[in-house]
Design a protein around this ligand. Structure first.
Ligand SMILES: [Zn+2]
Length: 132
């Protein structure tokens, strides 16, 4: 069960899955804008030549609906942005903990082979190494 959770975490936190989820959510919110634009702006304007007349209250309602949808979209985008930033931060914290930074090997100045950092004599060319 623990392995399952770890695998799921690795899957869900992978960058492209997050990107995809955000794409779906932004897409949903954006389609709301398109629908609202059609219902509250384009359709009422298209009805004008057909003899439709609007009261000030109706125009106000249409405008408020449309602006509300845009504000919804902006809030959704903002929340997703903050969420993504938090997840990215979590991911970098996890990575830093995994990396042991201290080097354990060095290069021999004579033959350029990788040798243990504490060596005083090169294992490859047998040169005496200068003390550091
Ligand atoms: Zn060497």
């Amino acid at each position: 069960m623990k392995k399952f959770i770890e695998e799921f975490k690795a899957f869900a936190l992978r960058g492209n899955v997050m990107d995809m989820a955000i794409g779906v959510l932004i897409g949903g919110a954006f389609s709301g804008i398109v629908t609202s634009l059609t219902e509250n702006v384009i359709n009422p304007i298209l009805a004008l030549p057909g003899g439709a007349r609007y009261s000030f209250e109706q125009i106000y309602t249409y405008g408020a609906n449309f602006v509300g949808t845009i504000i919804n979209f902006l809030i959704t985008a903002l929340i997703l942005f903050v969420l993504l930033k938090a997840v990215n931060k979590m991911l970098t914290i996890g990575k830093k903990a995994e990396e042991p930074a201290a080097p354990t090997t060095k290069k021999c100045p004579y033959c350029c082979s990788e040798i243990p950092i504490e060596a005083t004599k090169c294992a490859h060319c047998a040169s005496e190494l200068p003390k550091e």
